[in-house]
Design a protein around this ligand. Sequence first.
Ligand SMILES: [Mg+2]
Length: 237
Amino acid sequence: MEKINLEKYKGIIFDMDGVIFNISEAIEKAVDDSVEKYEMNVNTDEVLEELAHLIEEIQNYPVPKILLNSYDLLQVQFLEGLSFFKKLRIAIFLFNQFNKYKDAESSIYNGIDNLIRKMYDKKLRLAILTNNKSQYAKEVLEKFNLTKFFDTIIGFNEVSEVKPSPEGILKILDKWKIKPSETIFIGDMTTDIDAGTSANVKMVCVASGLAKKGTLLEHNPDILVDNTELLIKLFDI
Ligand SMILES: [Mg+2]
């Protein structure tokens, strides 16, 4: 198996959901509840990927903002063929269920905290880049005692364009005064891969569950690992 020699690098950027924080269970439960309540005939596995993208972006929006952004929301195939109001009702139910499950059911991936600590001990600079609010990332880091390891947190409020734009990555590199070739970005979605590729950093993708491996491979990450365990082995520290 390929290994990454960290001596060559100065900074590591982490995506939050799906890399550090595991929200899969909460999304799956919210989808199951919606499918059951509205007697929808869908394959849960197939809708998870598109809902995961959507939820990452809008999970902390208040309902009025969800409605303002309802164009994206209502484009999801999951809701295809239903009337506007039914779509809206299901979507809002789904988000409420997700938010209900998120705190109780979600935790960080096993071993990811150790990996972060070891990278920090090697004097690497560490950042979070999420399409969610930076405040949300701060709360998760605080809850799991990871705050001190990250010197930079960029959420959607800190950029004009979220991932797949490379803007957030470039902003971090500019702050750190390091080159793309000295940087690794670790993400779990196609939008992460596209952002990393555009920014010319080393792009490591972890297929932790919500996006399908085949879809991720189509976007050509430099390295793709199947899970957190293999991600940790990749770094050999
Ligand atoms: Mg993610």
